[in-house]
Ligand binder design. Structure first.
Ligand SMILES: [Zn+2]
Length: 189
């Protein structure tokens, strides 16, 4: 058990998962069924109904590895911008795949600060660990990426400047043109 923080890109690599589970409305225990009918819950010891809960696998991608974590409930609904009821209706009742284009777009090229809970459980001498996302937020652009973007923008300007300099030298003028003149020649009348 433990809470950890990672910085990673997020992506839903498995688009064909169900994105939701059914759980007992009383004890919230997950049921391995797609059949949404009232059932006799052994834990609640009474007849209860099943309610869908958003739950799916999301992949966290950093420089070194891809880690699969689970995201559920409100956090998952927020990410998909859908309610658990809608998700259940599409993936389990209609047996269609969710359209995730808007989610892919939302997540692409962004780095998130993700808070994860690591839980481990042992079965037949093997320890399994599962990661669940507790929260995530988009990371502020780092100075590194800002520099990258600026240098990309500046590159054509530099080439332009060099060309202007050459022309000026050929014309015999000793005054180097100001840096920002080349892209806006209209203002210089
Ligand atoms: Zn129950």
């Amino acid at each position: 058990m433990g809470v950890l923080y990672v910085e990673a890109e997020m992506a839903i690599l498995d688009e064909f998962q169900d994105f939701c589970v059914l759980e007992c409305s009383g004890c919230k225990q997950k049921k391995r069924t797609k059949d949404r009918k009232d059932f006799e819950c052994p834990k609640c010891n009474r007849k209860t109904s099943l309610v869908p809960r958003c739950s799916f696998q999301i992949d966290l991608i950093d420089d070194t590895a891809t880690t699969t974590a689970s995201i559920s409930a409100e956090l998952g609904e927020k990410l998909l911008s859908m309610t658990a009821e809608d998700i259940f209706d599409i993936t389990c009742t209609k047996r269609q795949t969710l359209s995730l284009n808007h989610v892919h777009e939302l997540l692409s090229k962004k780095v998130f600060e993700v808070q994860l809970r690591k839980s481990s459980w042992a079965s037949s001498n093997t320890t399994h660990a599962t990661l669940s996302i507790l929260s995530y937020m988009e990371k502020e652009h780092t100075p590194q990426s800002t520099t990258d973007r600026t240098s990309k923008k500046i590159k054509p300007l530099e080439i332009c400047e060099v060309q202007v300099m050459e022309t000026t030298t050929a014309a015999g003028s000793s005054n180097a043109p100001p840096k920002f003149e080349p892209p806006t020649p209209m203002k210089k009348v």
